[in-house]
Design a protein around this ligand. Sequence first.
Ligand SMILES: *Cc1c(COP(=O)(O)O)cnc(C)c1O
Length: 393
Amino acid sequence: MKSVSATLPFVHFARPSIGEDEIAEVVRCLRSGWITTGGIARRFETEFAARIGATHALAVNSATAGLHLALEASGIGPGDKVAVPVHTFTASAEVIRYLGADPVFVDVEADTLNLDPQSLERVIRKEGPVKAVMPVHFAGQACDMDAIARIAGSVGATLIEDAAHAFPTTFRGRTIGTIGRATVFSFYATKTIATGEGGMVVTDDAAIADRIRVMRLHGISRDVFDRYTSESPSWYYEVIAPGFKYNMTDVAAAIGVHQLKRADKFQSRRAKIAAAYDKAFAALPIEVPSVRRPDDLHAWHLYVIKLKLDQMRLTRNEFIARMSELGIGTSVHFIPLHLHPYWRDRYRLTPGDFPVASVQFERIVSLPIYPAMSDDEVARVIDSVKSVMSAAA
Ligand SMILES: *Cc1c(COP(=O)(O)O)cnc(C)c1O
């Protein structure tokens, strides 16, 4: 087994699908003489807003930047509390700290690993009202937005969605990006559409959009241009706040406009791979990803299996090592935030505070799922999982 697999190329955990259209558009941009934020970024915003069905889309250089801007524009500041799931990437919580506010961590649902509405209610009862709630649509499946919106509404909290995994995703027929006050997507290299680094904030709220437009570029007001277009010289601008440097370049947007066109094809390929995995693993001591609402669109950014550890003789870490020996890249999403020294120590978090996330963390493995995977590569992942599991039975 080992000698055969050693001759086969490694199946990487993730790989972007960059086509000739993306490459040609980037080359065109580079030759145009305009390589920072300009017409292509604006075009990407217009087309993205139309795809979501949102009024405003603001392109930024990462989803982390977008989340920071969305919270800032919502008035989150020192001493405020923002509810965030403990099972997420550190970016979701770090942006709360950027503003001097504090995250309150919420446990997740055992099946979907999404923010658990009951835990959210419990945490709010214990910690007091939060100023914002940030659901994370884990793996590309929507959170229970009806329950979460109801709970957030009951304490007057703003909904800011971390949709880094969730393009394109729907919740009961509604597109993610049309529910919360602001929703943030990621175009990081491994995400469902990729620009290397990049992100997009979408909102129907004109005040939020205006504030983000100013704050993503040094706090420079555009109103001044609008007011003085004819009279004021082209070099004139006014700084109205200490803003950030979060704008998306046209080089990145040139990739984005073509990735956006291919997003639905990407999603159906991902869904097809997920279905092949579901079928292949049905008889193994593996829990496949639980899908709550089969009629909704699942972005399938991640395919996260849960090992039935009590039915096998391997730990999750050993499983990952065996898969790697067979030439298959895997990962773990996520190491919950309460296990990281900064969050653990600053907020005195213990595994007992998050019983679900703590138990599920020991069992989860993310398998490769991306449109650039060939059928052969999908078959190799399946064969490798079967082979590791049969040796572990
Ligand atoms: C990738 C990711 C982010 C950050 O996205 P960037 O574009 O890399 O800043 C935020 N939240 C989650 C859940 C992510 O997976």
